[in-house]
Design a protein around this ligand. Structure first.
Ligand code: 0RA
Length: 641
């Protein structure tokens, strides 16, 4: 029987061959992101089953050897022979692209990963996959290698439960990274739990126990949904209003919005379409903004709240200190933009606008006290924006002048090609001096930053643009904000910006300050993949003329053993680098700056909402959560993938 199945395998492989040939086309990439995407793709199927009301619990396990198991208590994928296909429906679902929805007429699929490829794609990219179905009192199984079934669906026994369990091991011939990151998966599952209230999702890491010998496991279940999500994001901020919730469906588009105002000056609007984070926004966000501006403006005008204002109140002003989540579900989303995370459906704009507009009107009429608090904040924002614009324009006028527009502290490189040029932001003048000596001046520029830069998380824009270090960064980079606070990068002078700080707690705090600045003021640079963090070594291990730089404790131990050889390990000299200043120019070059030998860590944003929460926690007023976070995440928060 098993060998007979070979013939079918060939047919299957023809279908899935395309996926194995061009995996990146289906799952984005074949590195860390793509690897994790496989998990999300499988979980999405279970989420769909839950959204249809057929499933309450989803269990995700990271197994020993970095296999993944996803188990749900849904109806179970049908196993009966599909007459037209001549084989089990289960096999078709697992081996034919986009076959998932075919056997389920009564539900329209909303969840569906960013690339919406379905579980067959995961199968194609797995060295081994096993699916177990329990339904109608029986249990069934089929296994696959690289997507090819190893035998027809077989009955494995009886069962009183219902559900589907998919266990897979990503193919090492396809992926360049095979190790799963618990926090990355946890962040996505937490987000899914908030976005789909009432679904219990558990994550268990079976690879190791925690420091107390306990199993690493978390359960994500939100009864409050988006309202709880807003509170979670704003946990470290001071709320000015109660969270509000709007929920309505029109023309098959379901709209959910939760928002609250806090005492900061940041806009935190995060949006989702069919559970996908629409980082680039789109028509749903446009509809929300339009309603917000229109309704608040009309309310303020009607009550004469703006009459004393010397400046015009604009849309931006209504969003300062606003944390909002927009989650819509659309039957046929059109994704656009560079990263396909921008919703294009034009009909959605009016739908969201109307639904949010009506709800906001009611809210303002029924809650005059909260309305006044918000309007006062809006007026403050408008005045501050006016002041900030002056400060910003000063910086920008200088930065676009060229020549004399460069900061005095900048040691520029000779290349004028942004593609090749690198800007090192270096903590402190002394390390800056060493970096200047050590660099390759052809393509490496050095900008020393003085000690702690301004914490932009707590400052208003006019303070931010008055800050010397921040002005220097804008001028050196040659970028500026337009009226809508979008970053103009036409004159960007370097396409690699490397943050280089000491490898200690103070250094990592400064990295975080600088990253906060980029995240809040120049997020586009991060989104384009231009921002990096340097990794200076922690140790120099030396014996006689032999030496080795080390980046981890394990590195150091091996180096000591190697250099000691048969001899006495205590004869090996270990130098702990406390700061960049302890290295001479040559050492700094060969360990940290030389493109041939250095390790740079690219800064990426997995989830805008999670990054927002982490920055508010790291840079906000409350000290304990910050300390706890930094201690539990070793060197640098988890803002780099
Ligand atoms: C097709 C039809 C039916 C359920 C499913 C697929 C299904 C797929 C997945 C994937 C993961 N978990 C799942 N659970 C169910 C409906 C079958 C029926 O009508 O009983």
């Amino acid at each position: 029987m098993d060998s007979n199945y070979g013939a079918d395998s060939i047919q299957v492989l023809e279908g899935l061959e395309a996926v194995r040939k061009r995996p990146a086309m289906y799952i984005g990439d074949i590195g860390f992101k793509g690897l994790h995407h496989l998990v999300y793709e499988v979980v999405d199927n279970s989420i769909d089953e839950a959204l249809g009301g057929h499933c309450k619990n989803i269990e995700v396990s990271i197994l020993e050897g970095n296999s993944i198991r996803v188990r749900d208590d849904g109806r179970g994928i049908p196993v009966a022979i599909h007459t037209k296909e001549g084989r089990s429906a289960l096999e078709v679902v697992m081996t034919v692209l986009h076959a998932g929805g075919k056997f389920d007429k009564d539900s329209y699929k909303v969840s569906g990963g960013l690339h919406g490829v379905g579980v067959s794609c995961v199968n194609a990219l797995s060295a081994h996959l096993q699916v177990d179905v329990e339904r109608d009192g029986h249990s069934y199984r089929q296994e696959y290698k690289c997507g090819a079934p190893q035998y027809p669906v077989k009955e494995t026994g009886t069962s009183t439960r219902r559900g589907t369990t998919v266990t897979f091991k990503p193919d090492g011939d396809i992926f360049t990274q095979l190790v799963y990151n618990y926090d990355t998966i946890a962040a996505r599952l937490r987000e899914l739990a908030f976005l789909n209230r009432g679904i219990r999702i558990t994550l268990t890491d079976e690879r190791e126990l925690d420091d107390n010998g306990k199993v690493i496991t978390e359960t994500f279940l939100s009864e409050g949904g988006l309202v709880e999500f807003v509170q979670y994001l704003d946990a470290q901020r001071q709320a000015l209003t109660q969270p509000r919730f709007i929920e309505k469906t029109r023309d098959m588009v379901s709209v959910e919005v939760a928002f609250q105002y806090n005492s900061t000056y940041n806009e935190n609007v995060h949006s989702y379409v069919n559970n996908i984070n629409t980082i680039e926004g789109g028509t749903h966000v446009a509809g929300f903004r339009r309603a917000l501006t229109r309704v608040f403006k009309a309310y303020g005008d009607k009550n004469n709240f703006f009459s004393k204002m010397k400046v015009e109140v604009t849309g931006d002003d209504f969003r300062e200190g606003l944390t909002a989540l927009i989650s819509i579900k659309v039957p046929e989303p059109q994704f656009e933009g560079q990263t396909k995370t921008k919703l294009g459906n034009s009909e959605v704009l009016g739908i969201v606008d109307t639904i949010v507009g009506e709800a906001l009107n009611n809210f303002l009429e029924e809650n005059p006290k909260e309305a006044k608090i918000i309007i006062d904040k809006v007026c403050l924002a408008a005045s501050a924006r006016h002041a900030a614009r002056k400060a910003r324009e000063m910086v920008q006028r200088k930065s676009v002048l060229g020549g004399s527009g460069l900061p005095g502290k900048l040691a520029d490189c000779s290349s004028k090609d942004a593609e090749l040029s690198e800007l090192f932001l270096v903590e402190g003048d002394s390390a800056g001096g060493t970096a200047k000596q050590g660099r390759n001046r052809e393509f490496q520029a050095i900008l020393p930053l003085r000690g702690k830069i301004l914490n932009v998380e707590k400052a208003m824009d006019h303070k931010i643009f008055d800050n010397e270090e921040i002005k220097n960064m804008f001028m050196a980079l040659g970028v500026f904000h337009n009226e809508a606070k979008e970053l103009n990068m036409i004159k960007l002078r370097y396409k690699k910006v490397v943050i280089m700080c000491d490898a200690d707690i103070d250094g990592s705090h400064i990295v975080t300050l600088i990253l906060t600045f980029f995240f809040r003021q120049m997020r586009e640079l991060i989104e384009n993949g231009y921002v990096y963090v340097a990794s200076p070594p922690l140790y120099l291990v030396k014996k006689g003329k032999q030496f080795q730089y080390c980046w981890t404790e394990e590195d150091r131990e091996t180096a000591v053993k190697r250099l000691a050889g048969e001899g006495d390990p205590s004869k090996v000299d270990i130098q702990r680098y406390k700061g960049l200043g302890e290295m001479n120019a040559e050492q700094l070059w060969e360990t940290t700056m030389d493109p041939e030998t250095r390790t740079l860590r690219q800064v990426t944003i997995d989830s805008g909402a999670e990054a927002d929460r982490i920055f508010s926690m790291l840079m906000g007023d409350e000290v304990p959560p910050r300390r706890e976070f930094i201690e539990s995440h070793a060197k640098y928060a988890k803002i780099d993938a």
